[in-house]
Write a protein that binds this ligand. Structure first.
Ligand code: F0G
Length: 346
């Protein structure tokens, strides 16, 4: 029986017999082989989606949170806090609820997707909307947690990275080897840092390292432009971040792996978001689709036979507003069989 990623990868994680394991059975997410993209890109590629939207709260954050909350409880902490564009707050509040401790989440006012807000509210977090963006919220959360007995559970908490690195282990376990390329969206840059750490720690098994290719939204691309973006903007609110906490580590992952960090426009993100849902049957949130928009944009670098894994970081149900905006409206029909047949086009 699957008992969560700490149980599975215990020997690679900083836990002991004394660590209380707070788990919702996260991890073990599917690696789904793409049926449409290779043909769309006109190359014989093996493209896989690491569908992290199937974690318990619908995003990859649960991997880091099972570790961060377990370690916070081990330390005797009674409350946790995070700044969040939505998914971290959903995950932190769920794992805090599971552990029976309090959670405080600071979110940028009006800029988080509806599903994520509903999650944090349902799990009983104290949800605080800041008149400011994510970067400003993170600064505030650091100031609070440095001075009060509340554990910070953003990805600058090293246990978050430890948990998240297990996604690389699962990919190697599933493929038997590391892919040639690993594509993922980059926001606060914790996840690219974690994947790279994971691939390196699993080198004894994989004997190979992928090129890490990260994609930022064009209006929120501090690493790509190599400067802080004071007012980041993008439809992909999860990655609306102008000053990533793990900036240096992301640059190291990029350079050590021989990869790159590029930008994709909001239009490219939304097109990939829709394409995945319509042509692959996989519903992810807009930020996640940046990893797909990116490989479409950079298709010329890939050669026949290459294996590319794209992390789909969050579930599509997180952001119903963008899904509805990007789709045709339901067709209204009278309560009449002949009208219905007409609408179907028979
Ligand atoms: N994709 C999704 C769906 C996210 O929620 C995030 C980050 C990222 C990608 C980027 O990952 O920050 O590790 O580079 N969301 C954070 C949050 C910031 O607060 O939920 P990253």
């Amino acid at each position: 029986m699957w008992q969560g990623l700490i149980n599975k990868y215990r020997k690679y994680l900083p836990v002991t017999d004394k660590t209380p394991i707070i788990t919702l059975c996260e991890g073990n997410t599917p690696l789904i082989k793409s049926v449409f993209l290779p043909q769309y890109l006109g190359k014989k590629l093996n493209i896989y989606f690491k569908y992290e939207g199937l974690n318990p709260t619908g995003s990859f954050k649960d991997r880091g949170m099972t570790m961060a909350i377990s370690k916070a409880v081990e330390k005797g902490m009674k409350a946790v806090m995070c700044a969040s564009t939505g998914n971290t707050s959903a995950s932190a509040s769920a794992y805090a609820a599971r552990a029976g401790i309090a959670s405080f989440v600071l979110i940028p006012e009006g800029k988080i997707a509806l599903g994520k807000l509903a999650q944090a509210m349902m799990h009983g977090a104290t949800v605080i909307e800041l008149e400011g963006n994510f970067d400003e919220a993170l600064k505030m959360v650091c100031a609070v947690t440095e001075n009060y007995p509340i554990e910070l559970v953003n990805s600058i908490n090293p246990f978050r990275i430890e948990g998240q690195k297990t996604a690389s282990f699962e990919i190697v376990d599933a493929l038997g080897v590391a892919p040639d390329y690993h594509s993922l969206p980059v926001g606060n840059a914790g996840n690219i840092t974690a994947y790279w750490k994971g691939y390196n720690e699993y080198f004894e098994i994989s004997k190979k390292l992928p090129k890490m290719i990260g994609f930022q939204a064009a209006g929120s691309a501090p690493i790509y432009f190599d400067k802080v973006i004071e007012k980041p903007e993008t439809v992909a609110t999860a990655i609306r971040i102008g000053n990533p906490a793990s900036w240096k580590q992301a640059v190291a992952a990029r350079d050590e792996s021989g990869g790159f960090i590029d930008i994709v426009t909001d239009e490219e993100i939304l097109d990939a978001f829709k394409l995945l849902a319509e042509k692959e049957g996989v519903f992810c949130e807009p930020a996640s689709a940046a990893s797909i928009a990116g490989i479409i944009k950079r298709k010329d670098i890939f050669k026949d036979g290459d294996t590319i894994v794209c992390t789909l970081t969050g579930h599509g149900l997180k952001d119903p507003d963008n899904a509805i905006l990007k789709s045709s409206k339901p067709i209204k029909v009278k309560n009449s069989l002949s009208d219905l047949i007409k609408v179907i086009g028979l």
